[in-house]
Design a protein around this ligand. Structure first.
Ligand code: HEC
Length: 202
């Protein structure tokens, strides 16, 4: 009886240790998985940017700017928009109805991308990040919930740019000028400009 008692005690100890080891392993792989899901950031860049106003650097520390309009890029953008975006944002860029009012799940409908919308309020880099990483990452707010998908795994960077170029090409002069101002507000204070040029000219 004594023998059986100490045997089951040993078994219990082994089983408990096994559970602890497995649980620890699970915790470790879970945290690695979470860490892997963090947006990619260049640690060196981030260190360099420490102390700079976050609004100026975006979430990936890279500044993306739209190229000049070219008919080729715009027509690529039209095709890609039709394939990936029009289902929500509308085939005429008109967005969904009541796009400014959150639905019963607290989520916003897709806004228009034409001059009646809001897209032209944002600088190139912000638009690029919204499309590539999704609004939560672009806004640096992990709790922000949205129906807008991240297109990082579906579209190459230059494909995203061509879509944005198409959107920009539809904006009247006033909206284009406003958006240019948003770009200047963002880039006027970039660290790489500070290092390489005299900021007094901005
Ligand atoms: C499944 C629906 C859906 C698809 C597909 C989609 N979007 Fe969106 N998009 C949204 C919603 C909803 C929002 C509003 C985001 C929010 O919740 O704040 C949005 C917001 C945006 C914004 C921000 C606009 C602003 O004024 O702030 C941009 C830019 C954008 N989408 C571009 C695109 C592009 C480009 C594509 C295609 C590559 C695309 N979207 C595909 C649903 C979608």
């Amino acid at each position: 009886m004594r023998l059986a008692g100490s045997f089951s005690l040993a078994t219990t100890k082994i089983v408990t240790s096994a559970i602890v080891i497995v649980a620890f392993g699970l915790l470790l792989s879970f945290s690695t998985w979470i860490a892997a899901k963090e947006p990619l950031m260049n640690p060196e860049l981030m260190e360099k940017l420490a102390g700079e106003p976050v609004v100026n650097v975006g979430s990936d520390g890279l500044l993306v700017q739209l190229p000049e309009d070219t008919p080729e890029l715009i027509s690529t953008g039209v095709a890609l928009y039709g394939k990936y975006c029009s289902v929500c944002h509308g085939s005429n860029l008109q967005g969904q109805t009541n796009w400014q009012i959150a639905d019963e799940f607290g989520l916003l409908p897709a806004p228009p991308h034409d001059a009646t919308g809001h897209t032209w309020h944002h600088a190139d880099d912000q638009l690029f990040e919204i499309v590539k990483y999704g609004p939560a990452v672009a806004m640096r707010d992990p709790d922000y919930r949205s129906r807008m998908p991240a297109f990082e795994s579906l579209l190459a960077d230059d494909e995203i740019l061509s879509i944005l170029l198409y959107l920009r090409s539809t904006w009247p002069k006033i909206q284009r000028q406003w958006q240019k101002g948003a770009n200047e507000a963002q880039t006027g204070n970039q660290w790489w400009r500070k290092e390489t040029t005299d900021t007094s000219e901005h």
